[in-house]
Design a protein around this ligand. Structure first.
Ligand SMILES: C[S@@+](CC[C@H](N)C(=O)[O-])C[C@H]1O[C@@H](n2cnc3c(N)ncnc32)[C@H](O)[C@@H]1O
Length: 310
């Protein structure tokens, strides 16, 4: 792929196929996650489970020769916490590469992450399409011994357009021994059923969430967000695939389809924790080192964390 490099930023051509294509969508997402409840699972666990996961990573990676590669950095709050945790006790600052398809979010993350890490480069690229190029940028000849620690957080694995198998196949092919990835995923809690899943009722979304999804859809269609929002309840429906559309057995894939354009504009996968863990162990091409979900019993949909290594 071709991209322009300006200082420690690089801009590739990205198509707006995620929910975060435009500035309007980024603003709507930032407004959405400003609600503390939205990030509660991440922030609640960051002190316990994530710390254990990161401890596993830290011992494995013998800092200082590590570089954090943040796929889908968003505003970088979660990853800044991870970076801080990874650096605990390390002598040298951690460097990082940020990747996001949204220019504005990339700028937010850059500002935030540079407070605790050295941002090598911020890449406006599509990690589903340009992963090999991203790997190439991360592995400069001068840092041959550097271990790469990838993160894919915020449930982004469950939103991928391609299957998990395609993503991991490509990632595993590009990793070297000692490289790793920390990934989280939305898993079904004990109270989950397809009928209780909030994603099955897009018409019942709180206004702020509807605004985000409408802005995301509008970005993909290149039309005004206000027009999509005004007609949202009539035009959007949820469909569900069980065991198709995902590589992972037992996964439900909920799609949001815009009936006006016929476009599937959002995907949300709901995993069974242990079946996802088994799949990652057996089929990702990587070694599953550690996993867990601390709030599983309490929630309809919870978050699980996985550390994998080559
Ligand atoms: C759910 S947010 C997660 C943000 C952050 N990692 C967190 O945990 O809060 C997903 C982010 O990934 C980005 N993203 C999604 N798919 C992408 C892709 N294929 N290539 C690049 N960025 C992508 C979006 O722009 C958005 O910023």
């Amino acid at each position: 792929m071709s991209y322009r490099r300006r200082g420690n930023r690089a801009y590739g051509i990205v198509t707006h196929r995620t929910l975060y294509g435009t500035r309007e969508a980024a603003d709507a997402w930032l407004e959405l996650i400003a609600n503390p409840a939205y990030r509660a699972p991440w922030l609640a666990t960051s002190s316990e489970l994530v710390r254990d996961l990161l401890l596993a990573l830290r011992t494995l990676h013998a800092l200082p020769h590590a570089k954090l590669v943040v796929l889908g950095c968003g505003d970088g709050i979660v990853e800044e916490a991870i970076g801080r945790e990874l650096q605990r006790g390390a002598s040298d600052p951690l460097s990082c590469v940020l990747v996001d398809s949204n220019t504005f979010l990339l700028g937010c993350a850059m500002q935030r992450m540079s407070q605790t890490t050295t941002v090598d480069v911020a890449l406006r690229m599509d990690f589903e399409r340009d992963l090999q190029e991203i790997l190439r940028v991360c592995r400069r000849p001068s840092d041959r011994s550097t271990r790469l620690i990838f993160t894919l957080m915020g449930g982004t694995l469950g939103n991928l357009e391609a299957t998990e198998a395609e993503f991991f196949l490509e990632l595993a092919a590009g990793l070297r021994p000692g490289d790793s990835i920390l990934v989280d995923a939305a898993v079904k809690g004990n109270a989950w059923s397809i009928d209780t899943d909030p994603r099955m009722r897009p018409d019942k979304y709180p206004p702020i969430e509807k605004r985000f999804l409408a802005a995301g859809l509008a970005g993909q269609l290149d039309v005004a967000a206000a027009d999509v929002l005004a007609t949202y309840a009539e035009r959007v429906r949820s469909t569900v695939d069980i065991e198709t559309g995902s590589s992972v057995p037992g996964c439900h894939l909920i799609r949001h389809v815009d009936e006006s354009s016929g476009r599937t504009f959002a995907r949300f996968r709901r995993y069974d924790l242990e079946r996802l863990a088994s799949w990652l162990r057996d089929s990702s091409g990587l070694r599953l080192l550690h996993h867990g979900s601390p709030l599983l019993s309490e929630r309809i949909v919870s978050v699980a964390f996985f550390v994998l290594s080559k």
